[in-house]
Write a protein that binds this ligand. Structure first.
Ligand SMILES: NC(=O)c1ccc[n+]([C@@H]2O[C@H](COP(=O)([O-])OP(=O)(O)OC[C@H]3O[C@@H](n4cnc5c(N)ncnc54)[C@H](O)[C@@H]3O)[C@@H](O)[C@H]2O)c1
Length: 255
C-alpha cells in the first residue's frame, strides 16, 4: 500500500531555480512528500534559512546548493557532490528560467542568447550529466518546465516561446533515447502562474489581468502549487509508464 501523503519518500531530487516562484513551491511540495531535496539557485545564502525551516517542517532534508546553471563546471561539481553524498540521483526538475518580454523588433541579441543559454543549453547539459549518473543506479525521472506559450504563441514573447518549444522537442527525443536506461523525461507546460515575477510584469505592462483570465476556461490563474503538484506526480513512481509527455497545467487555456 503506497502512503498517499509521501509518495517521494527518500527520493533524491535536484530542483533548479528554487529560490522563488514555481521552483520554491516545487521544492516545498517535494519535501512535503518526503523527498531529500537539493534546492539550487544562484544567489549564495538566499535559501539557507528557508531550507532549515522546510527540513524541520516536513521531517526531511532540504539542502541549498548555489551555482549558475550556465556554468558547466559548477553544475558538474554540484551534481557530483550530491551523487557522492547520497549514492544516487532519482529526480531532476529543470525549472530555472529567464524571460525577456520584448517584441521581435526590440529584443536584443544578448537577451535572446541568455534565454537560450539558461532555458535550453543548460537544460540539455544538465540532462546529459544527470542521465549518466542516473544510469549508474536504477534510472530516474527528469521533469523540464516548458510553457504554454510554445504551443499557443504570445505577442512579446516570441524569443522566449522559441526556447520553450525547443525544450518540448528535446523532452520527446531525450525520453526515447533514455528509456532503455530506465530514465523517464517529461515536461510540464504551465499557463499563466501567479508568481512574484508575474505580478511585477503585469504591473509594468498595464494590461488588465481580467482580460487574460477570460481566456482561461477554468476561470483563474495558475498557482505555483498547481505546477508543483504536476511535477510531483511526474517525479514519482505513480507515473512509471509515462515518458515523453508534455503536461499542460494551464486551466484549459491551451485547447
Ligand atoms: N510564471 C509563469 O507564469 C510561468 C509560465 C510558464 C512557464 N514558466 C516557467 O517556469 C519556470 C519558473 O518560473 P517563475 O515564474 O517561478 O520564475 P522566477 O523568475 O520567479 O524564478 C526563476 C528562478 O530561476 C533562477 N535562475 C534564473 N537563471 C538562473 C541561472 N542562470 N542559474 C541558476 N538559477 C537561475 C532565478 O534566480 C529564480 O530564482 C521558468 O522556467 C519559467 O520560464 C513560468
Amino acid at each position: 500500500m503506497i502512503d498517499m501523503e509521501r509518495f517521494l519518500e527518500n527520493k533524491v531530487c535536484i530542483i533548479t531555480g528554487a529560490a522563488q516562484g514555481i521552483g520554491k513551491s516545487i521544492a516545498e511540495r517535494f519535501a512535503s512528500d518526503g523527498a531529500l531535496v537539493y534546492a539550487c539557485d544562484r544567489a549564495e545564502g538566499a535559501m539557507d534559512e528557508w531550507a532549515e525551516v522546510c527540513s524541520e517542517k516536513y521531517g526531511t532534508r532540504v539542502c541549498p546548493l548555489y551555482f549558475d546553471v550556465t556554468d558547466a563546471v559548477a553544475v558538474k561539481s554540484a551534481f557530483m557532490s550530491v551523487f557522492k553524498q547520497e549514492g544516487r540521483i532519482d529526480v531532476l526538475v529543470n525549472n530555472a528560467g529567464v524571460v525577456f518580454n520584448k517584441k521581435i523588433g526590440m529584443i536584443l541579441r544578448p537577451e535572446t542568447e541568455l534565454m537560450f543559454r539558461v532555458n535550453v543549453i543548460a537544460v540539455i547539459e544538465m540532462v546529459q550529466l544527470v542521465s549518466r549518473l542516473m544510469a549508474r543506479g536504477h534510472g530516474g525521472s527528469i521533469v523540464n518546465i516548458a510553457s504554454v506559450t510554445a504551443v499557443l504563441g504570445s505577442p512579446g514573447q516570441s524569443a522566449y516561446s522559441a526556447t520553450k518549444g525547443a525544450i518540448m522537442a528535446f523532452t520527446k527525443s531525450a525520453a526515447k533515447e533514455l528509456a532503455s536506461q530506465g530514465i523517464r523525461v517529461n515536461a510540464v507546460a504551465p499557463g499563466i502562474v501567479k508568481t512574484e515575477r508575474f505580478s511585477e510584469l503585469y504591473e509594468e505592462s498595464g494590461e488588465k489581468i481580467d482580460n487574460r483570465i477570460q481566456r482561461i476556461a477554468l476561470g483563474r490563474l495558475g498557482t505555483p502549487l498547481d505546477v508543483a503538484n504536476a511535477c510531483a506526480f511526474l517525479a514519482s513512481d505513480r507515473s512509471s509508464y509515462i515518458s515523453g509527455q508534455i503536461l499542460g497545467v494551464d486551466g484549459c487555456a491551451s485547447i
